[in-house]
Design a protein around this ligand. Structure first.
Ligand code: GDP
Length: 195
């Protein structure tokens, strides 16, 4: 797949604000600072579609991007930022729950984890949650440039084990910095949309 057109469609905090119509949606989830904005900018070849943040945990909205006028990429708010208050994390949970559990357009959630580290407790919880809703199966290991090539398989194995992935589940290493891995991810998105 080639992304020719990408535009922000809606920024939402509640279901009444979600865009209308029956376009399929693929959402992206991960802890704050995992590299989600950088990846979305790489996929859409837009430098500033998603804002790369020096201030993790700031985005508390669900952002809907219209892609090629054919489907949507949905940027979910990052989790795991230590400095947010209880009420903020409660809001986050409610917002995620309403979208993930209630959105009919949603066909898959791409779970992002940092390739350098074993997935955190929250990453594991997030993935369990996706499994429960049948939205799992596609993991992106971000910042692949931060480890050497011959370490990649070892790190992917740790990710697979920690998230308890099945053999059909995919882990795609991607580097937004070096612009690698994204075509494989786009092809995967295409096949998800075609199902
Ligand atoms: P988000 O909070 O998940 O949206 O993460 P950002 O895209 O804002 O990135 C967080 C930080 O990681 C920024 O300082 C980015 O420059 C850096 N970063 C993102 N992707 C990569 C990557 O592929 N390689 C490296 N080395 N750094 C990255």
């Amino acid at each position: 797949m080639i992304i020719k057109k990408a535009d922000i469609e809606t920024i939402a905090v509640k279901p009444q604000q979600y865009p209308e119509g029956n376009l399929k949606e693929i959402a992206f989830a991960g802890r704050s600072n995992v590299g989600k904005s950088s990846l979305l900018n790489l996929l859409t070849k837009r430098r500033n579609l998603a804002r790369v943040s020096g201030n993790p945990g700031k985005t508390r909205t669900i952002n809907f991007y219209l892609i090629n006028d054919e489907f949507r990429i949905v940027d979910l708010p990052g989790y795991g930022y230590a400095k947010v208050s209880k009420s903020v994390s409660q809001n986050w949970g409610d917002m995620m729950e309403m979208y993930l559990a209630g959105r009919e357009n949603l066909v898959k959630v791409v779970q992002l984890v940092d390739i350098r580290h074993a997935p955190s407790k929250q990453d594991v919880e997030m993935y369990e949650y996706l499994k429960y809703y049948g939205l799992d199966g596609l993991v992106v290991a971000t910042k692949a440039d931060k480890i050497s090539r011959n370490q990649t398989m070892k790190h992917i194995k740790i990710i697979r084990q920690t998230l308890k992935l099945s053999s059909e589940d995919k882990v795609i290493p991607v580097s937004a910095l070096k612009k690698t891995g994204y075509q494989e991810l786009l092809d995967e998105l295409e096949s998800v949309l075609g199902e």
